[in-house]
Write a protein that binds this ligand. Structure first.
Ligand code: ZN
Length: 213
């Protein structure tokens, strides 16, 4: 997989390039008209404001710095050197091709080298990248590479399983189809026993490729 450099800083538009709230609301009114409805009818009057507020929540990840979130680590681990696994981290993201939801779960693991990070930070890391326009493959790489760069552990593993509403509700209409992506670094890549142990812990078979659940 091509290496995508982790974004140490939010890839937010410069403040000058970000439209103001009324411009964003006006864009929503345009889309309502494009859909075939009348943005001035009573039921839709407050919709642009609500949509813009929802976007602030959906895309809050542009305002947060994942490197800063992970920078507080703990060195006192009393010799703990087994893998740390956080599984089933539910996330909601949006596909960058259609801007519709990607809903799934991430499994994140690392093999510490002296330092560990607070477990809530792993969930925050997933959320920061999820709350941006994404493709699942890129999100998988960003989570793994950022954890690897900041914590410098002996290995990192990230597996993401998600359903893409652009596939389930439009286009080919394949409800129930799940996309699984993974990125293995360090010991998880070089040591098949470590990799299998991780895959077993998250409930995926370690015997073959990651193409079955
Ligand atoms: Zn899509």
């Amino acid at each position: 997989m091509a290496s995508i450099p982790p974004e140490g800083h939010p890839e937010a538009a410069e403040p000058a390039a970000r439209p103001d709230r009324s411009a964003a609301e006006s864009a929503v009114r345009t889309l309502i008209r494009w859909a075939g409805d009348d943005p001035t009818r009573e039921g839709l009057l407050d919709t642009p404001a609500r949509v813009v507020r929802a976007y602030e929540e959906f895309f809050a990840g542009y305002r947060e710095d994942p490197v800063q979130i992970l920078s507080r680590t703990f060195a006192e681990v009393d010799g703990y050197d087994e893998m740390v696994v956080m599984s089933d981290i539910r996330f909601e993201s949006h596909c960058e091709h259609h801007m519709v939801p990607i809903i799934g779960k991430a499994h994140v693991a690392y093999l510490p080298d002296r330092r560990v990070v607070g477990i809530s930070k792993l969930a925050r890391l997933v959320d920061i990248y999820a709350r941006r326009l994404q493709i699942q493959e890129k999100m998988t790489v960003q989570i793994a590479d950022t954890l690897n760069d900041v914590l410098e552990p002996k290995g990192v593993a990230v597996v993401i399983e998600a359903a893409h509403q652009c596939m389930t509700t439009r286009g080919v209409h394949k409800p129930g189809a799940t996309l699984i992506t993974s990125r293995m670094l360090g010991a998880f890549r070089s040591n098949s026993t470590t990799r299998r142990e991780f895959l077993a812990m998250i409930g995926l078979t370690g015997a073959g490729p990651l193409n079955n659940t």
